[in-house]
Structures are given as C-alpha cells and as structure tokens.
Write a protein that binds this ligand. Structure first.
Ligand SMILES: Nc1ncnc2c1ncn2[C@@H]1O[C@H](COP(=O)(O)OP(=O)(O)OP(=O)(O)O)[C@@H](O)[C@H]1O
Length: 278
C-alpha cells in the first residue's frame, strides 16, 4: 500500500530525512511518532508529492505499487484526490472558509470524478451521516462549527472518494481530550469498515495506542525504533521513544501507560520484544 525505502530528503543543504524506511500494508493502521521537528511532516509531504521544489529527494517512494517520485503534477493530484485521503491537523485552517460543509465534502468529487449534481449531493449526505453530522449542517460554513465538527467535515472530505490509504497528520492535536477520543474512534471505524490502510502521524503515544497497532519512531530525521504500538508504549527502548512515552504518561495519568518506563524516561529491561534500530 505504502512503501518508503531508504528515503533521504535534503532542503537547503539540511538533511531533514535520513534513510527513512517504513511500510503500511493493506488494511494496516501504522503510526509515525516523533517529537516536534523530527521530520514527520516532511515524510507526509514526501509521500504526497508536496515537498518544496528545492528539496533533493532520493530513495524509494511507492503508493499502491506506483512510484511517486517520477509522477508529474497531474498524476500526483490524481493520486492525492482518489487513492490517498489526507486529514490535517488544524481543521479550521484546512477547510475553505467560503465553502459550505456540503460544497467542501463534494470538492474531491468535483475535481476527480464526473458525477452529476444529484449524485454528488447524495454521496455527500451519506458521508455526513457516516461521520455523525446532522443533515442540517450541510449548509453551514466552517466558522459555524465546533472544532470536532470541523474535523468530522475534514474526515468526510478525505473519505468521500473511498481512498485506499488515509494519511492522518496529527488530526486531533487541535482538539480537547474528549473530542480527540471520539474523532480517533470515528477514523478507526471508518478506515476499518472500508478495508483501507492508515498512516497516523502524532507526537502523542496515548493517541497512537488508540489509533494504530504498529508504529515507527522518528528522531532527527531517522527511524530509531519500530514495533507493536502497545509493546513500545510499555517497553520503549530508545531514548527518543522513552521521552515520548514519558510525556504520554505525564499527560494521561493512566497507570497502564508507560509501565515500562520510569518517570525520568529511562527504559526498563525487556528481552521479549523484537526491535528494529535505524
Ligand atoms: N521548508 C523548509 N525548509 C527547510 N527546512 C525545513 C522546512 N520545513 C521544515 N524544515 C525542517 O525540517 C525538519 C523537520 O520538520 P518537520 O516539519 O517535518 O517536523 P515535525 O516532526 O512535523 O514537527 P511538528 O510536530 O512540530 O510539526 C526541522 O528541522 C525543520 O526545521
């Protein structure tokens, strides 16, 4: 579904991704976790063809068996519109302020499919129902919605074309804890019922454990650890993973979270887990 091999990205002489490899198989939900500035957004931009034109890129980048690095702008736009659904961090900024909810959700259909207005309307209303928005909000503008409702519109817009891969880039960071939970659960259930795959980007292990089964830890542009999400959460190995687990532990006050890491971020001994070091 998504295959990144030995990816190097350099911008203005600064290496922002260094030999990054990760894959997301069909039907899999994988997390990419790292602290601020570790390179998460750069990876999302690389796999969606949105890097600055000055970026130097080498390595393998495949989605659905197709190489991304050789695609022209039209092919990339088509890939993003049909095959990949993108959910962004700040729905208030990601939504177009002058489009109604229905117009917003219909946009990918207008751009990438030849459907008549009735069919687009029917699909949009079905999608709104699936993301838990009442039909009366179809004519509302983004500023008339709560943050959680705005992100539901973002998810509906990302999923309206039935993409095979969802890339969710910190989709709940701007939301409060209770809304975060319902948005994650909604995304997971929609991705599962569609049989799609998901790459979920976050800096928060507590969020990741709800959304994914496997994860990749990135630090200073390098993959430093990969493994089962619950496994890494309980028994982190690398210092960068320990720091992220410790942060989740401090925030959630959940005694089950981060049981394998002391409050100073030191990992406890664990020999039962396979780790891959990058
Ligand atoms: N346009 C750019 N030109 C050059 N360097 C950049 C550019 N955008 C980001 N960077 C650098 O690339 C590195 C990775 O940044 P990136 O935005 O991918 O981090 P991130 O993990 O997504 O952080 P955050 O969680 O804060 O969004 C950082 O060192 C950043 O300064």
């Amino acid at each position: 579904m998504l295959d990144v091999r030995d990816l190097n990205v350099t911008i203005g002489g600064h290496a922002v991704l260094k030999r990054v490899s990760l894959h997301v198989d069909a039907g899999e939900r994988v997390g990419l976790i790292g602290a601020s500035g570790s390179g998460k957004s750069m990876l999302v931009k690389a796999v969606t063809g949105l890097l600055p034109r000055t970026a130097r890129v080498d390595g393998g980048l495949n989605i659905g068996g197709k190489r991304i690095d050789t695609m022209d702008d039209a092919e990339l736009a088509d890939l993003r519109g049909r095959y990949v659904g993108l959910v962004f961090q700040n729905p208030g900024a990601a939504l177009n302020p002058v489009l109604t909810v229905e117009q917003q959700v219909c946009l990918p259909l207008c751009l990438h499919y030849d459907l008549d207005a009735d069919e687009r309307h029917d699909r949009a209303m079905t999608m709104l129902e699936r993301v838990g928005l009442p039909p009366r909000l179809a004519g509302a503008y983004p500023h008339e919605l709560s943050g959680g409702q705005q992100q539901r519109v973002g998810i509906a817009t990302a999923l309206i074309t039935s993409p095979r891969l969802i890339i969710a880039d910190e989709p709940t960071t701007a939301l409060d804890a209770i809304v975060q939970r319902s948005i994650i659960d909604l995304l997971v259930s929609l991705v599962e019922s569609a049989g799609a795959s998901m790459l979920f980007i976050t800096h928060d292990f507590a969020v990741l454990s709800r959304a994914t089964t496997r994860c990749v830890v990135i630090d200073s542009g390098r993959v430093v650890e990969t493994g089962g999400t619950e496994d890494l959460l309980r028994n982190p190995g690398e210092p960068a993973t320990c720091a992220l687990v410790r942060a989740a532990k401090l925030l959630t006050l959940d005694t089950g979270v981060g049981a394998g890491v002391d409050m100073d971020g030191t990992a406890r001994m664990d020999t039962n887990r396979e780790r891959q070091h990058g």
